[in-house]
Design a protein around this ligand. Structure first.
Ligand code: B12
Length: 258
């Protein structure tokens, strides 16, 4: 007897037009990815729909329930954006949706920041930038917002920043760390150039790098590089450097993702 799994059989029946393929609508696909908690789900749903007002309303519900406004960035807003990124990666939604969702999420971050009563005194400075040639700045904006929310003074150089401008900013501001974001395999090599120019000038500042194009293996090919997967890792790296100094071996061991 033939040993068919149910899924194999469905695939064959669909191929021969005996069975209709079940395709999920974007809304149904999103529904499967939302957090289970109803209050967190409301935030994710509003981000998915790109509805800024609904994001604020959903955040208000969480704030009324006693949640810390800054923790909500990590616990409610970023998971909401992760749903959108996952749907885009699977080809279920398109770029304009991602852009609208990102705007709604960034609006939510700004709102959470207005809800903190204590304005923390700057702990130290961080210089943030997006690699030369690269305009993808949504991730960098999250990194900068989280660092600011945690009490760092952020010098945000923006996107598509020339290598020399990055090096100059490090020389001027003497930050605790420098952050770099690259989403394209063609732009990530600018990080090596930044690194080499910093070393040449004796500016041995830890260089936290992230963004879809890079991984730990690549980032550790240059001497000041330390990899971070999530935006919140930039905050942890900056705090770690303030507390423990900038020894690269210790830093890399602490933030090893493998
Ligand atoms: C939005 C988007 C755009 C927007 C960017 C708008 C903006 N202001 O950013 C626009 C429309 C302008 C755009 C243009 C292009 N894009 Co585009 N874009 C995207 C898309 C859909 C989403 C990127 C995004 O914002 N993700 C959400 C954010 C939150 O993620 P993130 O940046 O990775 O950040 C997270 C982490 O990585 C981390 N992080 C980020 N930085 C740092 C730093 C540190 C220190 C740490 C610790 C962590 C960290 O924190 C964040 C959350 O935790 C991606 C597809 C994808 N799935 O990534 C393609 C994508 C990046 N784009 C791509 C391409 C090719 C282009 C274009 C060349 C298209 C074209 N032919 O014109 C142009 C490039 C122009 C240029 N010179 O840069 C490719 C890159 C392929 C590659 N590997 O090289 C991708 C991957 C799409 C694809 N699959 O082909 N794009």
């Amino acid at each position: 007897m033939l040993d068919f799994k149910k899924e194999d059989l469905d695939t064959i029946l669909i191929r021969y037009n005996v069975l209709m393929e079940k395709t999920m609508t974007p809304d149904e696909a999103a529904e499967q990815l939302y957090p289970k908690d109803p209050l967190l789900k409301a935030v994710a749903e509003a981000i998915y729909e790109g509805e800024e007002d609904d994001v604020i309303d959903a955040l208000d519900e969480l704030l009324d329930a006693g949640k810390d406004p800054i923790k909500l960035i990590d616990e409610a807003l970023l998971p909401g954006m992760a749903v959108v990124s996952a749907l885009y990666d699977q080809g279920i939604i398109f770029l304009p949706n991602v852009m609208m969702s990102a705007d709604a999420m960034l609006e939510g971050i700004e709102y959470c920041k207005t809800k903190t009563t204590e304005i923390p005194k700057a702990k130290g400075t961080v210089v943030c930038h997006v690699a030369e040639g690269d305009v993808h700045d949504i991730g960098k904006n999250i990194v900068a917002a989280l660092l600011r929310a945690d009490g760092f003074e952020v010098v945000d150089l923006g996107r598509d920043v020339p290598v020399d401008e990055v090096v100059e900013a490090v020389a001027t501001h003497k930050p605790a760390i420098l952050t770099g974001t690259a989403l394209m395999t063609t732009t990530m090599y600018a990080f090596k150039e930044v690194n080499d120019k910093l070393v040449e000038k004796g500016l041995n500042v830890p260089f936290a790098c992230g963004g879809g194009a890079v991984n730990q293996e690549f980032v550790e090919t240059y001497s000041l590089g330390v990899y971070g997967d999530q935006a919140a890792d930039a905050v942890s790296i900056a705090n770690f450097v303030l507390k423990n100094g900038s020894n690269m071996d210790t830093l890399r061991k602490e933030f090893d993702v493998y």
